[in-house]
Every structure is written in C-alpha cells, then in structure tokens.
Design a protein around this ligand. Structure first.
Ligand code: FPP
Length: 250
C-alpha cells in the first residue's frame, strides 16, 4: 500500500467534525453590578457593552458558530425612559464602532427582533452593519433588540400557509424571517448570567433541546474564562434529544 493510500484511509476513518455550536446568552446583572458599587444602572450597561466585546472575541477564539445575545427585550420598553435611551445609544455606538473590525475578521452581525419601534438612526446603523458584514463566515453574532420569543412565534405562525401541514423546518424558517435573522441552527447552549434561573421570553422555540447553564457572575464581570467554563460544562453533558444512548438500548 502506498503512503497516499494510507493517508486517504486515515482521513476516511476520521469522525466528521462536529458542527460549530450555537451559544445564546441572557446578559443579566448590569443593574445590580452598578448598584453594588453606588453607580447609576447605566454605568452597568456601559460595562456590559465592554463584556459584549470580550464575549464576541472569546466566542471567535473558541470556535463558536453563532452567538446570540439578549440585549433588549420587548418588555424592557417599560423601563425608565433615560435607561431605555442610554441602552439604545449603546447599541448604536456598538454597531458604529465594531462593524468595520467585524467585517475584517469574518464576523457577521445580525440584529434580531422588531425593527418598527426603533429610531430611524438605529435602524440605519443596523442595516449598515448587516450589509457590511453579510459575507462573514467565522462567527455569526445575533443581537436581540426589541425581541420577544412569544411575539416572534405568533408572527411566524400567522405566516404559515393554512392549507398546508406545517413542518418544524418550515416553521423555523418563518420564525427566522419574522425576526430578520439569517438561517441558523437551534441553540445548543443557553447561558444566563446574574444568578437568576429563567428564560425571560428568549428563543423559546429555538432552545427546545438547549443545555441550560446559569452563572452567578454579573454580566459586566463575565470573562472569556467564564464562557470557556460554560462550554466545558456543555461538553461534559450527554445530549439525548429524547432518545436513549446506544449503550443503554436493550
Ligand atoms: C439586563 O441586566 C441587561 C439588559 C436589559 C441590557 C443588556 C445590555 C448590555 C449588555 C449593554 C449593551 C449591549 C450591546 C449589544 C452593545 P439588568 O439591567 O436587568 O440587570 P439587573 O437584573 O441587575 O437589574
């Protein structure tokens, strides 16, 4: 047998590479982080924006395929107006400052949720960021703004063709389109920081089989090592998707 045959044989035996993971994060704890330091809540959000940059960097290094970040829920409109304005400004500034570098590094930015209640200037920035990074293949970063999973499900359901039986795949496509998202796989790992243990209307359909990971760390303190720890925990779990492992099957 020739050397090249041996190489081909070993390539054929190799396991297929696992698909890059979809990690979603509920970035909670900005307000408490600030209050504990005698600062205004907005200071916590500012530090939270720095954590977003770190998390994107870490996700890229760790080979995550899609990172979805919960930045502003549809219920967050009920917060005091100055806090809402400060958050909108942070989203705007983040997109303006990060887009060029993301485009250069193959990071695709997508903002998911409703657009019709956002200020025209923010909408413009979102569209510019999405256009400039659309070719990105190294990592997809989806930022959820004015997002509600239940509203998105309602909108997607209304788009289904009444005469045809809906499939999960078709519904997932409608759901992605209802929230302006590129197609992406279901969530593999859902992380919530800040010590609370709930889903808060985030990616309810897409997280049907997600592994949940709750971190006591407040979001402004969340580091690359915390994301790595969450991924380690994920890799130590057995995902069964409702079936049984081969070894246990009788
Ligand atoms: C939840 O913490 C956090 C938010 C509602 C806002 C998240 C925003 C950021 C992380 C900053 C900017 C984001 C981007 C994408 C640039 P909370 O305020 O509810 O905290 P609390 O539970 O301690 O009050």
């Amino acid at each position: 047998m020739q050397k090249s045959d041996l190489r081909n044989l070993s390539l054929a035996r190799r396991e297929p590479a696992p698909a890059p993971l979809h990690v979603a994060i509920i970035m909670d704890g900005n307000g408490r982080w600030a209050t504990a330091r005698g600062l205004a809540r907005v200071a916590g959000h500012r530090r939270g924006a720095a954590s977003v940059r770190r998390a994107v960097e870490a996700a890229l290094k760790l080979g995550v395929g899609t990172l979805t970040l919960y930045a502003f829920s549809s219920d967050n409109w009920q917060r005091p107006a100055p806090e809402v304005s400060a958050l909108m400004r942070l989203f705007h500034d983040y997109l303006r400052k990060e887009t060029a570098e993301c485009a250069a590094r193959g990071i695709r930015i997508a903002v998911i949720g409703r657009r019709d209640r956002l200020a025209p200037a923010l909408r413009h920035e979102i569209e510019a960021a999405e256009r400039a990074t659309a070719h990105g293949r190294a990592l997809v970063v989806r930022i959820a703004v004015d997002y509600s999973a239940r509203d998105a499900i309602l909108r997607a359901a209304a788009r289904l063709k009444p005469a045809r039986e809906a499939t999960r795949e078709e519904f997932s496509r409608q759901l992605a389109s209802a929230i302006h998202s590129p197609a992406c796989p279901d969530v593999d790992l859902l992380i919530r920081t800040g010590g609370e243990q709930r889903l808060s209307d985030f990616l309810l359909w897409e997280s049907a089989y997600a592994e949940l990971y709750f971190s006591p760390r407040m979001w402004p303190d969340f580091e690359a090592a915390d994301l790595e720890a969450a991924l380690d925990a994920f890799h130590s779990r057995q995902r069964r998707f409702g079936t049984v492992l081969e070894a246990a099957a009788g």
